[in-house]
Design a protein around this ligand. Sequence first.
Ligand SMILES: Nc1ncnc2c1ncn2[C@@H]1O[C@H](COP(=O)(O)OP(=O)(O)O)[C@@H](O)[C@H]1O
Ligand SMILES: [Mg+2]
Length: 158
Amino acid sequence: MNPPVIARVTTASPEETEALGARWGAHLRPGMMICLRGDLGAGKTVLASGILRGAGAPGPFRSPTFTLVWEHRGQFDLYHVDLYRLSSAEAIEDLPWDAMISERASAVIEWADRLPDSMRTPDRLEVFLSRPDDSPLGREVRAEGYGECRRLISEAGE
Ligand SMILES: Nc1ncnc2c1ncn2[C@@H]1O[C@H](COP(=O)(O)OP(=O)(O)O)[C@@H](O)[C@H]1O
Ligand SMILES: [Mg+2]
């Protein structure tokens, strides 16, 4: 298997993080899984909103913390998932993954560190967001593209 394509970007504002997501989202295709990791307030929802917009969804975009899943319609079906409130592997496995990642659908997942490794699909972007100590509006974004998702990074020119 090809090694992952890796991007490291520092954004200086929420708008820059959203725009980064939109550049990746423009290359999102059905069957892809976007896994977002990072602490509360790291910028997962901001980045997810950009990805959804880039994939053609009209918005508005809201955090799925309480609903668990928001469904959007872009060029195909887009699912915005938040695993924060799901504490058990069983509860996570019970989500409708076959519908959310399919030949017609793609999913963007917040708190993806809770997803068991066995559920990670091959065409996947793994994103790690963190805050540098010295800058309240800065965020460090590291992304690893696997399989078809290598293209998200290479074609977005990061
Ligand atoms: N560079 C940045 N990128 C993203 N969000 C930022 C940035 N700087 C400040 N913020 C703020 O941090 C918060 C991120 O919130 P959110 O995306 O909901 O985080 P999470 O989903 O990871 O809990 C927002 O209030 C946003 O305005
Ligand atoms: Mg969030």
